[in-house]
Ligand binder design. Structure first.
Ligand code: ZN
Length: 466
């Protein structure tokens, strides 16, 4: 039996509210809000966070592949998935690949993972789907899009939802597009495209999948499909013709926005959160065609440890203090430039410490150090160290709030924390209300963008309140 063996999510904590947008541009703004990636987050860091939550309590050594899907990968050329694999400290002898170019990229990555496990290529494969959606300032789309990531684990042990059947359709269609060098996607004649291209495609995929599986619509417990927004999703329901109880709640669109390639996976996770053993889930993801899956929840679904994780992530939110700050987060306003020194040589040579967070343990006296060093401070032994993995949680030992460095979210909080299992970590804090930052605060390490220098992005770890 091959299927989903785990899932995880990452919803950035900041929300841009209709009120803030209304105050900036005039107009009511409405009650909806959307998730906003912090200034130090991107598709890579959000993918890491979703997979890190997916992997909680699971042995990482058994993962044999990692696929990363997004329409907003920070690097057009360079293995984004390899970077995420390294930050997750996965084994080095695994397959990795980036999937891009379509809102269906996540479903395509998932299908490849399913086929990879079925073919015996790997015991389990991780799929991360992460998107940071941009919209022109002041456009209606600004409140409709959002940023988030979802992670799925595909395998054959402890399956919570089995893959029963799949079909794929390929259709050239001009619905939403973005060309090389462009930041904002285009969408024209939206209503025509939605009703005459997207909806017929979803219907065709659903009918062909049901026919292949030998099922009728009334045998489906949950139908998961994407739409550009909540209203269109509700319009589609009437035409798709499944039992009314099988449709998903549209709250994701209203709470975090249309999160692009990540939306199909988050909607699937939303369905898995309430699925009962034996429930049949029909999952449709469109974009240049449609990938369709029939899944069946197993008796393992009720006791799955991450169940409820999406609802939790949706609740943990704080409104971004101003629309101006939102523009700064997205780099839409001129800001003071910092040109820090960075070196690809150091990054390559010290990948194990910088990205994998490996420190050292003294073989003579057992003292642990991060970052790695050559001489033990305790027993003075030289070059007698072995590889040791730094923990991921700790307690703030001391901190300072620095108002001088240019940052979209001042002040920069620099802290040092005692890490569970030994070692002390010094660095910046992330997602932290400065008024609440204090000594003794419990933190976890999170993978973020640190700065850009020499044309590339320095990723490193920051401390985030638990
Ligand atoms: Zn020592």
């Amino acid at each position: 039996m091959v299927g989903i063996t785990g899932y995880g999510v990452h919803i950035p904590s900041y929300r841009l509210t209709g009120q803030a947008v209304g105050a900036a541009w005039g107009g009511p703004g409405g009650k909806t809000e959307r998730a906003v990636a912090n200034y130090d987050e991107d598709a890579v860091t959000m993918a890491w966070a979703a997979l890190d939550s997916c992997l909680a309590g699971k042995p990482r050594g058994e993962v044999g592949g990692i696929y990363l899907a997004s329409t907003s990968l920070p690097y057009l050329e360079m293995g984004n998935s390899a970077l995420v694999a390294s930050a997750l400290d996965l084994a080095r002898d695994i397959h990795s690949a980036d999937f891009a170019g379509s809102l269906r990229a996540g479903a395509s990555a998932f299908l490849s993972a399913v086929n990879g496990v079925k073919a015996g290529m790997a015991k389990s494969i991780l799929v991360a789907v992460s998107d940071l959606r941009q919209a022109e300032p002041g456009s209606p789309a600004e409140l409709e899009v959002g940023d988030a990531a979802g992670g799925l684990m595909v395998g054959s042990d402890n399956v919570i939802a089995e893959i029963k059947e799949t079909i794929s359709l390929t259709r050239e269609m001009v619905d939403v597009w973005r060309r090389e060098g462009e930041i904002y996607p285009h969408e024209e004649d939206a209503r025509f495209i939605r009703e005459n291209a997207i909806l017929p495609l979803l219907k065709e995929a659903a009918e062909k999948l049901l026919k292949k599986a030998g099922l009728t619509k009334d045998k489906i417990n949950k139908v998961v499909y994407t739409a550009p927004d909540a209203r269109t999703s509700q319009t589609f329901q009437k035409s798709l013709g499944f039992p009314e109880t099988s449709y998903p709640a549209v709250e994701l669109y209203q709470k975090i926005g249309n999160v692009g390639a990540a939306l199909p996976v988050l909607l699937l996770i939303q369905a898995l959160e309430t699925a009962k053993p034996g429930d049949r889930i029909l999952w449709l993801a469109y974009g240049g065609g449609c990938d369709a899956f029939l899944l069946e929840a197993t008796d393992k679904i009720g006791s799955f440890p991450n169940r409820g994780i999406l609802a939790q992530a949706l609740e943990s939110r704080r409104a971004i203090s101003s629309y101006g700050k939102f523009l700064q987060f997205r780099g839409n306003l001129p800001a003071e430039k910092v040109n820090p020194y960075t070196s690809t040589i150091i990054l390559n040579r010290e990948e194990s410490a910088i990205i994998r967070l490996h420190g050292v343990r003294c073989q003579n006296c057992g003292e642990r150090y991060f970052p790695p060093r050559r001489i033990c401070k305790k027993c003075r032994a030289k070059d007698k160290f072995e590889d040791w993995k730094l923990g991921r949680r700790g307690k703030i030992y001391t901190l300072t709030k620095d108002h001088l460095p240019p940052t979209p979210d001042p002040p920069v909080i620099m802290a040092s924390a005692d890490i569970e299992g030994g070692g002390r970590f010094y660095g910046q804090m992330a997602d932290c209300d400065p008024a609440k930052a204090e000594i003794g605060m419990e933190v976890e390490l999170t993978f973020r963008r640190l700065h850009e220098g020499s044309g590339f992005i320095n990723y490193f770890w920051k401390m985030r309140p638990i």
